[in-house]
Design a protein around this ligand. Structure first.
Ligand SMILES: Nc1ncnc2c1ncn2[C@@H]1O[C@H](COP(=O)(O)OP(=O)(O)OP(=O)(O)O)[C@@H](O)[C@H]1O
Ligand SMILES: [Mg+2]
Length: 251
């Protein structure tokens, strides 16, 4: 579905990413893990088409993404590392603007925004300016903006200093519906909860990649899956996550 082939990126003479290759298939959640400055955001910016690779290619459905960037981006949902939200817009206005830029048709646009605001518990705040939102509320607005056009690929760059329970379950439920998720973090525990596959980076280079099991064996770290299972037991939260995905998928 999405394939990175030999990606490298120089900033001037600084080599930030060196010869990274991977593929992302429908239903996979690929965790992209590495310490600060290891090249995660640089890779994400190449994957979203914001930066051109110095070397290598990104192939989506058999074609280089730069051949038709607009069509490719239509299939993408992206939660950026830094939430540069317009502080004077309300949550509703921001989402309307993003939906318009994405050319989402009515009535799907209004229906989806309204349902997602409600399911993410933001309805009471929809007419309040983003400048007054808490960090968690801004993160949820960004996630809604990324989800509302029913993307095939969701890219999250260091989302949320730890995802809330609902968002974690939304990611799981999205992958169960065949969506592909690329999830960057520098915290193994967070990534391990949601990812089927992992890539670990250091200084712009891949040091290990494979399924989460293979990587866990490789680095000899015990499972944290129990934590996740404990969360899944919370039926109402799981139901909510499924409801959110139903809105996204059936919209
Ligand atoms: N615009 C730029 N110009 C020059 N160097 C840059 C630029 N952006 C990033 N770098 C360098 O490239 C390297 C990788 O940065 P990148 O932002 O991709 O890391 P990261 O893994 O996302 O880090 P973090 O976890 O802190 O977000 C770093 O050494 C950084 O200093
Ligand atoms: Mg980063």
């Amino acid at each position: 579905m999405l394939e990175a082939r030999g990606l490298s990126k120089f900033y001037g003479s600084v080599l930030a990413v060196r010869d990274i290759s991977f593929s992302l298939q429908p239903g996979q959640v690929l965790g992209f893990l590495g310490p600060n400055g290891s090249g995660k955001s640089t890779t994400v910016k190449m994957l979203t088409g914001l930066l051109e690779p110095s070397d290598g290619q990104i192939i989506y459905d058999g074609q280089d993404i730069h051949k038709d960037l607009i069509a490719y981006r239509k299939r993408l949902g992206y939660v950026p590392e830094e939430a540069n939200l317009y502080p004077y817009l309300t949550g509703q206005e921001y989402l309307d603007m993003v939906a318009t830029l994405r050319a989402m048709p009515e009535p799907r646009k209004s229906k989806t925004i309204s349902s997602l605001l409600q399911l993410f518990s933001l309805s009471p705040h929809r007419h309040v300016s983003l400048g007054s939102y808490s960090k968690g509320m801004r993160q949820r607005i960004l996630l809604i903006a990324a989800l509302m056009d029913n993307p095939d690929i969701l890219i999250l760059d260091e989302p949320l200093s730890g995802l809330d329970v609902t968002s974690v379950l939304v990611i799981k439920a999205l992958s169960a519906r065949g969506k592909a998720v690329f999830y960057c973090s520098h915290i193994l525990e967070v990534v391990e909860k949601v990812c089927s596959h992992l890539i670990i980076l250091r200084n712009g280079q891949v040091i290990v990649q494979g399924t989460t099991c293979e990587v866990r064996e490789h680095i000899g770290k015990s499972s944290l899956e129990g934590v996740f299972l404990h969360l899944v037991e919370e039926r109402d939260v799981a139901q909510m996550a499924n409801d959110i995905v139903s809105v996204v998928v059936s919209a």
